[in-house]
Design a binder for this molecule. Structure first.
Ligand code: CU
Length: 281
């Protein structure tokens, strides 16, 4: 029996879990999975039995059948109990992982923007505070969004000076509450971090709240899980879970780069005309 069940056990196909709530989601998935396997065998077992029992016989005639209340009530009530039970059982983990009202306090906030076909990330920089952009000031900064400014950053805001972006890769610290606010520039995309047990559609024109807390450092994959066009297959990114100190070091470097890029460039040195003049005398 164990051998037969092990042939149907696809749960170990899951990638390694690195998320604090991943274990609970995996348990929920396992329950639904094994219930589905059981129903598969019951349904096809009964179907096979009837196929044989009522197979064609030369001397038997077809029988016209006009329903049976007991059978119909049973097959209505049993799935109702099953689905209501799964709904009640999963409600707690669903609320904790998906409800905006249950978002934990962010240790790191990151804006995510999907587009055909790639991902952009915006970090709040050293001050931990986003400047004005299409997330923090939707009404005024939505119109600033463009392919070169996907987050609609208002560069006149001093708080934006140290906000930095990253394309098709992002880094996060280990053991921290990571809160993402995700949107899209064009069509629906899905922000899918298989190892973190996170999957959330991002929708143009609005921001979705996403969170997780990852306990294992390493390099992992983000894949778009919404068929979003011809280049969907290439819409992936890599992310790295770093120790706190390595993460801080990376942020410092990115902040310095962002500030240098936004600061006015020093004027080119003026040619020393006095010397030239003396030579021409
Ligand atoms: Cu996509």
């Amino acid at each position: 029996m164990d051998f037969i069940l092990s042939m149907f056990d696809m749960l170990n196909w899951f990638p390694e879990n690195i998320s604090t709530f991943g274990h609970e989601l995996d348990n929920l998935f396992a329950i639904i999975y094994w219930v589905s396997v059981a129903i598969f065998f019951i349904t096809f077992g009964v179907l096979g039995y009837f196929l044989v029992k009522y197979r064609y016989r030369r001397d038997a005639r077809g029988y016209n059948y006009h329903g049976n209340n007991i059978v119909e009530i049973t097959w209505t009530i049993l799935p109702t109990i099953l689905f209501a039970g799964i709904g009640l059982y999963s409600d707690d983990i669903w609320e904790r992982t998906k409800y905006s009202s249950r978002l934990p306090k962010a240790d790191v906030s990151i804006l995510v923007m999907g587009k055909q076909f790639g991902w952009q990330f915006l970090y709040p920089g050293a001050d931990g505070k986003f400047g004005r952009n299409a997330y923090t000031d939707r009404d005024n900064c939505r119109k600033l969004m463009s392919s070169t400014n996907p987050f609609g950053i208002d560069s006149t805001d001093q708080a934006s000076m140290d906000d930095f972006t990253s394309e098709n890769q992002f880094k996060v610290p280990v053991n921290a509450n990571l809160v993402f606010h995700g949107s899209s520039q064009d069509v629906l995309h899905s922000f899918f971090l298989p190892h973190a047990r996170v999957k959330q559609d991002v929708v143009p024109g609005t921001w979705m709240n996403i969170w997780c807390n990852l306990f294992k450092a390493g390099k992992y994959e983000l894949a778009c899980a919404e068929l979003c066009g011809g280049g969907h297959y290439s819409m992936r990114a890599e992310y790295e879970v770093l120790s706190k100190s390595a993460y801080d070091e990376w942020v410092d470097k990115k902040v310095a780069e962002a500030i240098a890029a936004r600061s006015p460039q020093p004027a080119a040195p003026v040619a020393d005309t006095t010397k030239v003049a003396s030579l021409t005398k």
